[in-house]
Design a protein around this ligand. Sequence first.
Ligand code: B12
Length: 267
Amino acid sequence: MSSDLKAALLRRCRAMEIPLVGVADVERWENPPFRPWMPEEFYPQRIFPEARSVIVIGLPVHLPALESAPSIWYRETYLTVNALLDQYTYRLAEYLNEEGYPSVFVPRDGYGGIGALIKKPVAFFSHRHAAYFAGLGTFGVNNMLLTPEYGPRVRFGSILTAAPLPPDPVMTEEVCNHCMRCVEMCPASALDREDYPAGLTDRGACARNSAELEKRRLAPCGICIKVCPIGKDRVFYGREDASVYARSERRPDLHRAWEHVRSYGGK
Ligand code: B12
């Protein structure tokens, strides 16, 4: 196990303003934490047989931009975070390659447009399961990985590496508080009240809603992550009261701002 390499990697991440980083060893996929579990073909060591560890990074989605969703502001934020995830994970993989450990980055999404998802709503590798094993959070009713720092308002990217790095502990305390705001406010009624993975997203309904928004260049939807009350980002931005999305009288100033943003930039 190389603790020095891990320390050097964490220093690099800090220098790149990456707030969340975790490491999982690939054996964790062999011991499913819940059922149903994914087929073995999705395990990192099946995709890249040299893999010994998976490094997962998380970049936050800024809550005030997301709050205007669906909007061009959130869409552009999402695209920017995606581009950074790909670039950072590529660069970290290259660093590990230079250090002599064969490594690859996995693109943050891995599908060719919403049409591909409507046909087959799964990607070849799951970043949120990797983030779970890397100790970054636990699954919420909205099917997302919730982190104490940003709730579900964080996007993940992963690096599969031959480097045997010391893994981080898996988080045991549940982060979701089962408030059900995500279920109640989903515009596609795609979520149910059961915990993940018993209550899986109705992927078809979610993807079709996204396809409609895409026609107006306003995808993704983002509502199930904006209404989640969990996350220190809420305190940071002064948004502790997550009831404001359903009750405009609580923050008319914010509702006016969101209406303004939404009325520009879409088709
Ligand atoms: C496909 C996809 C979608 C699809 C389908 C969602 C889905 N599959 O649940 C759509 C378009 C609907 C979607 C929507 C959203 N997504 Co999305 N999406 C993905 C993507 C590209 C792949 C997900 C995937 O395939 N997972 C793999 C399988 C293993 O997971 P699973 O589907 O839950 O499977 C379980 C069970 O089905 C069971 N199982 C039983 N039998 C079988 C059989 C097979 C073949 C499989 C695979 C599994 C299986 O095993 C699994 C383990 O429990 C990932 C990026 C990535 N590559 O990871 C982002 C990702 C999951 N999305 C993300 C986000 C944020 C969203 C949205 C909020 C939209 C947005 N960006 O604003 C919404 C939220 C929807 C919701 N509440 O669920 C983030 C999540 C971040 C987080 N904090 O958790 C990700 C990780 C992107 C990223 N790089 O950060 N998404």
